[in-house]
Write a protein that binds this ligand. Structure first.
Ligand code: HEM
Length: 128
């Protein structure tokens, strides 16, 4: 890395293994939550987990494998087929909060990650 270039958040928090652990723990929560689980169309949650992992890696400055394989994220559009109301958002955030805490990232990284996820989840709501 050239001198003086700021290290990406992605590298600072541990790169790919950190995001794999985050999403793995999140989906462990989803798998045990009948209401939220019912929103995911596929029997196998692993492909959905892989898509979220690759998206977060790309967002935080890692490789762009997500867009290379899925195209532009357009996340609100991709969530349009699902009824994301305030309740679904809160369930999603509940499991994500547990997953984020489990990483035990140093501050301010934990707060930065959490604030992004919280904002993104509010933005994804598409139903009353
Ligand atoms: C607010 C609550 C949310 C709910 C209930 C929800 C639910 C879902 C569901 C049911 C899917 C389809 C599963 C699949 O086949 O991939 C999905 C996909 C996805 N979600 Fe969410 N989501 C929420 C918030 C978010 C947030 C905040 C992000 C990003 C920070 C996100 C990122 C993604 C990504 C990357 C995909 C895969 C898109 C694709 O490439 O097809 N979701 N979500």
């Amino acid at each position: 890395m050239p001198r003086g270039e700021p290290e990406s958040f992605y590298v600072r928090v541990g790169g790919e293994p950190t995001f794999r652990t985050l999403v793995h723990r999140f989906y462990e929560g989803v798998a045990q939550d009948p209401e939220l689980r019912a929103m995911y169309p596929e029997e196998d949650l692993r492909p959905a987990a892989e898509r979220l992992t690759l998206f977060l890696i790309q967002y935080w400055g890692g490789p762009s494998t997500y867009s290379d394989t899925r195209g532009h994220p357009r996340l609100r559009m991709r969530h349009a087929p699902f009824r994301v109301d305030a309740h679904a958002r809160d369930l999603w955030l509940h499991h994500m909060a547990e997953a984020v805490r489990s990483l035990k990232l140093p501050e301010p990284d934990e707060t930065e990650l959490w604030q992004y996820l919280e904002r993104a989840a509010h933005f994804m709501v598409n139903a009353e």
